[in-house]
Design a protein around this ligand. Sequence first.
Ligand code: RIB
Length: 349
Amino acid sequence: MAGSVNIKDVARHAGVSVGTVSNVLNRTDRVRSDTRARVEAAIAELHFVRNESARQLRAQRSRIAGVLVLDITNPFFTEVARGVEDVLGAAGLSVVLCDSDTDEDRQDRYIQLLTEQRVQGVLVVPVGPIDRQVTRLRRQGISVVLLDSEAPEGLACSVSVDDVGGGRSAVQHLLALGHRRVAFVGGKGRESQVADRAKGAHVAFLQHDEPGAELVSVTARALTIEGGYEAATQLLGMPEAHRPTAAFCSNDLLALGMLRELSAEGVSVPDDFSIVGYDDIDFAAAATVPLSSVRQPARDLGQLAGELLLEEASGLAHEHRQAVLGTELVVRASTAPPRRKSARRARRA
Ligand code: RIB
């Protein structure tokens, strides 16, 4: 049906990228004539009519898109931004990266700034519910895609990750190694991504259902390397009889901080203690003890979000979609079976 045809259908039909179709629609000077002819033929063959008023509204906009993330010091988010840039850059847009620092007021100030700059679109990792801001942006003719957080159906497009499944896979791995007391290390913030990882960790324990198995919650001030130092100190302060033998950290920065602090205190990873992280940032594999981690497809997430933004900004028929990507457990040297109690006693002697 004509109404359901979108920019991805045109791209697939013409055998070009979404960015090229966007250029044909908005910047024909940037497209070779033979390519433009193929795209225009696909547009005709697929019989759809673009929303001219929306195009004119968008045509008055800058060729800029804003990417607003929770923490630009976290390599996970810069990798997501790279993915966005891969797609929007090919479509002739520039990307401005903004950091909300997981603060709602700061988030709102950046959204206001991007609105005043008349950007084509905003891709945002939200700090809490963001329905009001999305509605206001769209009223200004600015396209919006949520990153790393599933949008309520009908509100906006979003690209997120199955964090419950990712959390479950991390703890299942530790339980399969023989760990029975595992720490879940989260932060004091309200990140829904982290809450879902904790939920997955609990599901793994419920499914394991072994008497004596225990999930111990450890809370760091922030999801940073310093937060990892702090979590390690909390673990070392526990009576040895009750101390977990492994930790699932809700991101790699926490895990890397914990790894460093435990090593500094003479605790061997993984001989004395196992650690799993989350994100699989480049530093995970490069750590002194290469980190087992749940890999998020950060760059793919950004690329898909960029395509959804172009689709909405093209003014063509568009239905909001909520894409959820999978994770992959990457096992490295930081996890191993727990040391047997007798071996631990012998080591202490
Ligand atoms: O911001 C906290 C975490 O949420 C990041 O490390 C990344 O995992 C994101 O999903």
